[in-house]
Design a protein around this ligand. Sequence first.
Ligand code: ADP
Ligand code: ASP
Ligand code: MG
Length: 445
Amino acid sequence: MIVMKFGGTSVADAAAMTRSIGIVEGKLKQKPIVVVSACAKVTDSLYGILELVAAGKKEEALKITEGLKQRHLTTAEELGAGEEGAAVVLARTSWMSDFIEKHCGSPVSDMDKAHFISMGEYMSSGIMCHGMNARGIKTTWIDARRMVITDSEHMCGTPDMEKLAVATKAVIDAEYKDVDAVITQGFISSTADGEPSILGRGGSDYSASLIGAAVDAARIEIWTDVDGVRTADPRIVENTVGISKLSYEEAAELAYLGAKVLHPLTMEPAVPKSIPLFVLNSMNPSSEGTAVMSKSCIFDGVKSISYKENIKVISIYSLKMIDTPGFMMKVFSVFANDGVSVDLISSSEASITVTVDKNQVIDKVVEDLSAFATVRVNDDKSQISLVGKNIIGVRGLLSKTFGALVDHKIYMISQGATYLNLSVVVDRPELRTALCRLHKAFFEN
Ligand code: ADP
Ligand code: ASP
Ligand code: MG
């Protein structure tokens, strides 16, 4: 068995779905479990509708829903998904309109929100399923909620690995009979009580590897819109080069440090079972892509450069810090108690500087730290990270890095404890230039 996950752009419209179905068709002998995202940008629209619902803007919410209905109906028709394909769209969008009527202007629970957000994947997977059947690929549609079980954090569930493994195996064993393929949704899950939950943005990659690990898949394929993982984000940097092999650790580090191509948790379920993971391009299926595997097969060195465009840098000063045992603990207990997770850390005798993601709410942390230290927050900074196995051993690592950034102010430097990354913080308006200069220094000579 193999898992084949198709991201939003790979199922964006009928043409993309046709290409993706063609890729699946070529692999039927390997018994594919197809996992799909919502059509490109649909999840963004669904979050947008929820905001309109909260603001009581019913007409606007219904108008966007109507747009989604027409878009999916067109996709279903052009794909040849027949009346059944259209019926999926009509049922889901009619449910959405009822939801908007019922909840507009009143508070919506996280469980209901998760249910609403799931509609993107429900529609894309339904249309694809009927499109596959119309092409003679006998396919069964499976509700991912029967397999991917999480805790009760509805909007960003943490998988319950044991329950998930048992449920997924049982469902796949039961449904993979007399068919060529099965199809399910990424991103969608349910709590142990059967309530709707989701895995958080970009979570379909994670779904694919959770399902793959549960069924001991021979491989997990992540089909996206780039020729595998590259030396930098090709949307920002020209002349990027494809990376043929990465270790699980390198791929996870890159994703944690901002490379959107994979969800950071994707590698986790694959590691214990050593299931190889491939990042491939559904628009260019013959390109080699990237194989993600165990680190013994991977050479040392800088593999790629990732970035986070918008981070917050928090600087904490206190003269009391000098020679005071437990000061660090005091600082980091504040972050822990206030539920803010820290990315990079650097410290001197009287100061600690940390970076946190732009989405983290830090008002309480700042208030609590200010009780015993001077705190400064700067939110117009970007983080750039060089990532690769044992990069510490790369000859000239620092001279190349600083040489490339000689014209830039560097606010912070941090080297990961596992020698997987070297990160710097620069002014946000300079991100693109700094990134391109670093890429040139490491990959373009
Ligand atoms: P999908 O919808 O298939 O999940 P995503 O948009 O989530 O696709 O991820 C693919 C995108 O990741 C690419 O279009 C690219 O812009 C971005 N990306 C960021 N860093 C990298 C990188 N190092 N290599 C390849 N793509 C990257
Ligand atoms: N559709 C979801 C999102 O846009 C999940 C995914 O595509 O991975 O976040
Ligand atoms: Mg993605």
